[in-house]
Design a protein around this ligand. Structure first.
Ligand code: TYM
Length: 339
């Protein structure tokens, strides 16, 4: 399912129960362009149409971060980033995963219907153990079961994510099917919702933009930092001289222009006919990214200056979810013979 990135007018909350959406994001550093174009824009847009729950997944982050102070700081920074980018606590529920302990309790129950072979063959598990060979902890293996628990504890049916989460979503669906088969229809099979930019490439132009690769454009960083990151981008590697025609179809800078103005075809034409050089196209992209996120950058600074307000929003979010989480746990325990 693909959702276009059109700006949405604010809608009045609907009276009838709305389908529930859920998504999670790791507190693993400042948000980057891939997070926003691939997922956060949909979080913002969908909060007007659905009952939306968004979670900062600090338990997941523990599989690769063991620095307590850093994790605490990044959790708050991620909350402030999401609020600055448009999540409205009156329209959605934003909370921190570890504040709702039912997630890990349900995860244990779901592990008992999840064959180990499913987890071992997950491509993200293979990537992660290759990335951190000195820290192949058990959490990396069970990571997708916790992700499934995050989603199904609220019986969410739609999950806005980038394409890199497709394998996790498929595994969540398999776990749901395994559970429903053994214990009777309990959870809906969650479906991924993609934006029109489901995979955003990093500044290297080859790999998915990702904090762990170090190829990000940090959208809430200073204009100077954004400029530095954009100017470091790899363009069309076959365009050697300024007079060589460029190939917008393979140039990541040109591709990103699609999301920053209606004139991208003109920009592509300039490149293809060598009227403009890669440096000019990058400068323009840096300028547009800076302008697009200027308001969010200001809101982020304001929120970070009032950390108690941010923490209050997160606490209220976790409290609001307690009855829903408790109801699912009661139903699941009953079905599994734990009561
Ligand atoms: P995370 O924190 O890596 O990323 C957060 C969201 O950003 C999307 N994303 C991208 N989209 C397009 N191009 C990119 N380069 C790019 N980089 C990141 C991700 O797809 C994601 O939607 N396992 C999840 C967190 C999670 C979760 C969940 C998600 C835990 N529980 C339940 C959905 C539902 C993760 O690590 O996302």
């Amino acid at each position: 399912m693909t959702v276009e990135l059109a700006p949405q007018p604010a809608l009045a909350p609907l009276a009838a129960p709305r389908p529930l959406i859920f998504s999670g994001i790791q507190p693993s550093g400042i948000v980057h362009l891939g997070n926003d174009l691939g997922a956060i824009r949909n979080y913002v847009m969908l909060q007007y149409e659905y009952e939306a729950i968004y979670c900062i997944v600090d338990y997941h982050a523990l599989t690769s971060t063991h620095d307590a102070a850093l994790l605490r700081r990044r959790t708050r920074e991620m909350a402030a980033s999401l609020l600055a980018l448009g999540l409205d606590p009156d329209r959605c529920t934003l909370f921190v995963q570890s504040h709702r302990p039912e997630h890990t309790e349900l995860m244990w129950l779901l592990t008992t219907v999840t064959p180990v072979s499913w987890l071992e063959r997950t491509p993200t598990y293979k990537d992660k153990i290759a990335n951190q060979p000195d820290d192949v902890n058990h959490g990396l293996l069970t990571y997708p079961v916790l992700q499934a628990a995050d989603i199904v504890i609220y019986k969410a049916s739609l999950v806005p994510v980038g394409k890199d989460q497709a394998a996790h979503l498929e595994l969540s669906r398999e776990i749901v099917r395994a559970f429903n088969y053994r214990y009777g229809e309990t959870f809906p099979e969650p479906q991924a919702v993609y934006t029109s930019a489901p995979v955003v490439l990093g500044t290297d132009g080859v790999k998915k933009m990702s904090k762990s690769v170090g190829n990000t454009i940090e959208i809430l960083a200073s204009p100077e930092e954004i400029r530095k990151q954009v100017m470091s981008m790899v363009t069309d590697t076959e365009r050697i001289k300024r007079t060589d025609p460029g190939r917008p179809g393979v140039c990541n800078v040109c591709q990103l222009h699609r999301f920053f103005g209606d004139d991208y075809e003109e920009i592509w034409d300039g490149e293809a006919t060598a009227r403009t050089g890669c440096v000019d196209t990058k400068k323009l992209l840096a300028q547009r990214i800076t302008e697009r996120y200027a308001g969010a950058r200001e809101r982020y600074a304001e929120l970070m200056a009032h950390p108690a307000d941010v923490d209050g929003i997160l606490e209220a979010g976790a409290d609001r979810l307690k009855p829903k989480a408790a109801a699912t746990m009661a139903e699941v325990k009953e079905k599994m013979g734990l009561r």
